[in-house]
Ligand binder design. Structure first.
Ligand SMILES: Nc1ncnc2c1ncn2[C@@H]1O[C@H](COP(=O)(O)OP(=O)(O)OP(=O)(O)O)[C@@H](O)[C@H]1O
Ligand SMILES: [Mg+2]
Length: 288
């Protein structure tokens, strides 16, 4: 599903003394099947933007288009049900939303609410437990008896149980150890490719944005201020610094090495692997 935002503005507590503008004149396009990372300093409006992608929030100004559905300030809640089913959101610390007595029931809850049969919901729950690398016996355990990382996986399974075509992730690995982070990010990437999902990731990690995304949107002070491929965005260090953002570690290393050897390496090293290849190629050429 193609997604676009046209001149979207959002005010929390509109027309109250606590009115607070969180988004202003946001324009963005997210192509169907793309992997888009949204980056920006804390408070720049990323989570507020995400909540517009499944109708949890309606724009105060402008239009959000998701597939054929257009959402604006006046859209009725009834028109949003299909969108909620197609767009799955994994919030930051999603484990706070676990509530059923067993893991199995927690994962089955959403789909059954949307009319999926109990047998089918249970089958899908067990499939997801395996997919997320959890041992099968957790199905009958209370979600609250699991480790933090396992609870996170159960909560993610609960979102995937809907078979969404758009998967929205708000810092899905915050607070996990490095190994758990990588496992989950790799899993999302595999799902993105296998299920041909449209994936939208909010992250503070420039490394993750560079490694996984093919399209970046930069938020600053509630506005969308920059967009492009990771190569385009991370080539412009000066502009990123204006938004208090940096480049991935591999790009920093590349620039340091270029200073030391007095020439530029070809391309932009978005990952450590790409940097290793660029250095190896330069070393071979240098030896000739
Ligand atoms: N429920 C709310 N009521 C009032 N203001 C809010 C509310 N939620 C967020 N805000 C404000 O809206 C702005 C954008 O917040 P948002 O949570 O979207 O930022 P963010 O980019 O997700 O930040 P972070 O990286 O810290 O998660 C901030 O100024 C914030 O204080
Ligand atoms: Mg946020």
């Amino acid at each position: 599903m193609d997604i676009s935002l046209q001149q979207v503005g959002y005010l929390y507590g509109k027309d109250t003394p606590f009115e607070k503008r969180a988004l202003q004149d946001v324009n963005a396009t997210i192509d169907s099947g793309s992997y888009t990372a949204i980056i920006g300093h804390t408070g720049s409006g990323k989570s507020t933007l995400l909540m517009h992608l499944n109708g949890l929030l309606k724009p105060s100004e402008g239009v959000v288009q998701i597939g054929n559905a257009k959402i604006s300030a006046g859209t009725k809640a009834k028109g949003l049900k299909d969108i909620r089913r197609n767009v799955g959101i994994v919030f930051q610390f999603p484990e706070h939303q676990l509530f059923e007595e067993t893991v199995e029931k927690d994962i089955m809850f959403g789909p059954m609410n949307f009319g999926v049969s109990e047998v089918e919901a249970r089958r899908r729950a067990h499939e997801l437990i395996e997919l997320l690398g959890l041992p099968p016996e957790v199905a009958q355990k209370s979600p609250f008896d699991l480790s933090g990382g396992q609870m996170r996986r159960v909560a993610i399974a609960g979102v995937l149980a809907f078979n969404p075509s758009v998967l929205v992730l708000d810092e899905p690995t915050a607070g996990l150890d490095p190994r758990g982070r990588k496992e989950i990010m790799d899993l999302f990437y595999r799902l993105h490719q296998q299920e041909k999902l449209t994936t939208i990731l909010v992250t503070h990690s420039m490394e993750d944005a560079a490694r996984y995304a093919d399209h970046l949107i930069i938020m600053h002070g509630g506005r969308s201020v920059m967009a492009g491929t990771p190569e385009e965005v991370f080539s412009d260090e000066t502009k990123l610094a204006e938004y208090r953002l940096g480049v991935p570690r591999s790009v920093k290393f590349q620039r340091d090495i270029e200073k030391l050897i007095g020439r530029t390496l070809p391309g932009l090293a978005l990952t450590e692997e790409q940097l290793a290849t660029a250095i190896a190629t330069a070393a071979k050429e240098g030896g000739r």
